[in-house]
Design a protein around this ligand. Structure first.
Ligand code: ADP
Length: 458
């Protein structure tokens, strides 16, 4: 018995030396990012930085924060398996050394919780520090769910509260809601989505039977063409709760937790109906089966299908799964079948690029004529929407770069000149198209075989 206690004590010591330190460090990092987010919001309120720039850095802060939360979860799961291992060892030891197992078990059960584990701070509890209204929305969602959790909703039975919190922290409510006008071009995709998804979600009483909405759609095409924007817009237009998750984070960061995460995700979504579950890089979750496939990824895939089929069998459930991928040809046939509507989201055409540039330039002092913008449009043929946005961001720094030796911390805002076409000329040398012609040919080929078509093909 003494040995068991010693070993337990040693493990605690070892854990506090290793995990607690890491956990504390992660907590501090998370707090820093939350603080940064609060500062960015304050800057926007004071007009210190543009909304566009703010949304860019907020996105980065959000991603860094998410990574830290993942790290915390990983620490938690490491500790949990160590704890389980310890309990197993102790059980074996007790069986060998003492016939009075049950009383020994009782003393083990009353061990205090390890501080490392209690340091895991679910993101939603930290949200109260944030001033942004979007975070307030998230807090409401979390509390709502907690109430449900307290009532032990049958849908959440058997799901770890930590995972529920984590899923809630994935609810995408950052920044302003996306409207159709925010998405340049893509008229065919927008019209199709309105018809097959938005109207049925808004009027489930009319869209029944044959007119029933698909439960899964796939948006495929080059990176940076607006797939995520469309996912957000679907949720906003249909009044749905938007869950956004990157499949690669499921398979890489949450190994061991991924199946449970998938289950938790669908369970929470079913409590927040209508819901849109947006799965970015869905190919990494639903890639084609192979002999070399790892057992764990096979299990995640199976769990995903079980959940997707479960969510799609009930006519009342209003959960839409939107998968997005840059590699449609890598998707499993079974997944392809389930994601019944497959929409090609192509590179922006001239009109769409003009819209993106015009809209972004409206947010800053800009002295470009329409003809200047059209010349930039011409020269950005083959750029994705994200490439065009990056080009505009780079050009927007032109006036700052031209200040050269001036002390930036002292100048007045009025001293910064308007953006002009020469800034774009220089930026065009730096920011190039990120999608190759070869890749485009592959998307178009896949679209011809499996897609629902695009406006460009008509
Ligand atoms: P994807 O999900 O296809 O990789 P996103 O939807 O995340 O791409 O778009 C990335 C960024 O590129 C957006 O935040 C936006 O600035 C810009 N963008 C891409 N496509 C469009 C579009 N059609 N209209 C407006 N902006 C776009």
């Amino acid at each position: 018995m003494k040995n068991v206690k010693n070993r337990s004590g040693n493990l605690h010591l070892w854990q506090s030396r290793n995990f607690s330190k890491d956990s504390e460090c992660l907590s501090n990092q998370a707090a820093t990012h939350l603080n940064n987010i609060a500062q960015i919001s304050a800057e926007v309120a004071d007009h210190g930085i543009s909304a566009n720039f703010a949304s860019y850095i907020l996105e980065k802060e959000k991603n860094d924060y998410a990574r830290i939360i993942d790290g915390m979860l990983h620490l938690g799961s490491c500790f949990k398996s160590a704890k389980e291992q310890l309990a197993l060892n102790q059980k074996k030891k007790i069986q060998l050394s003492s016939p009075q197992g049950p009383s020994s078990k009782k003393s083990l059960g009353s061990r205090p919780r390890n501080p490392c584990f209690s340091k895991f701070v679910p993101p939603s509890t930290k949200d109260k520090d944030l001033p942004s209204s979007s975070m307030a929305t998230k807090r409401t969602a979390s509390n709502e769910n907690r109430t449900n959790d307290n009532e032990v909703d049958p849908k959440l039975k058997g799901i770890e509260p930590q995972l529920i919190e984590l899923v809630l922290s994935e609810i995408m409510d950052h920044g302003p809601p996306i409207e159709w006008e925010d998405i340049a071009g893509l008229e065919f995709a927008k019209a199709t989505i309105k018809e097959i998804v938005i109207w049925p979600m808004l009027r489930p009483d009319i869209f029944t039977g044959l007119r029933g909405p698909p439960k899964g759609i796939l948006l495929f095409g080059p990176p940076g063409t607006g797939k995520t924007l469309i996912g957000k817009c679907i949720a906003n237009q249909s009044g749905a709760t938007f869950f956004s998750i990157s499949a690669s984070s499921l398979t890489s960061k949450w190994i061991g937790q991924a199946e449970k995460m998938v289950r938790a995700l669908f369970a929470v979504a079913s409590l927040h109906q209508p819901a849109v579950i947006f799965i970015d890089e869905i190919d990494s979750l639903l890639c084609q089966r192979s002999d070399s496939e790892h057992e764990s990824s096979r299990r995640i895939k199976t769990e995903f299908f079980v959940q997707l089929d479960g969510a799609t069998t009930s006519a009342e459930d209003r959960i839409l799964v939107v998968g997005a991928t840059n590699r449609p040809h890598e998707i499993d046939e079974a997944a392809r079948r389930r994601l019944v509507k497959r929409l090609y989201i192509p590179l922006p055409d001239d009109g769409a690029r003009e819209q993106i540039i015009t809209k972004l330039m409206e947010q800053q002092p800009c002295e470009m004529l329409k003809s200047d913008i059209l010349s930039v449009v011409k020269r950005t043929d083959g750029y994705s929407g994200a490439d065009v946005a990056n080009l505009c961001k780079d050009a927007a720094l032109g006036p700052i770069r031209s200040l050269q030796s001036v002390d930036i911390s002292r100048i007045s805002k009025d001293d910064v000149r308007a953006i002009n076409v020469q800034d774009f000329e220089k930026s065009l040398q730096r920011v190039k198209a990120s999608v190759s012609a070869k890749d485009l040919a592959l998307y178009e080929e896949w679209n011809n075989i499996f897609g629902c078509g695009t406006l460009q093909l008509f």
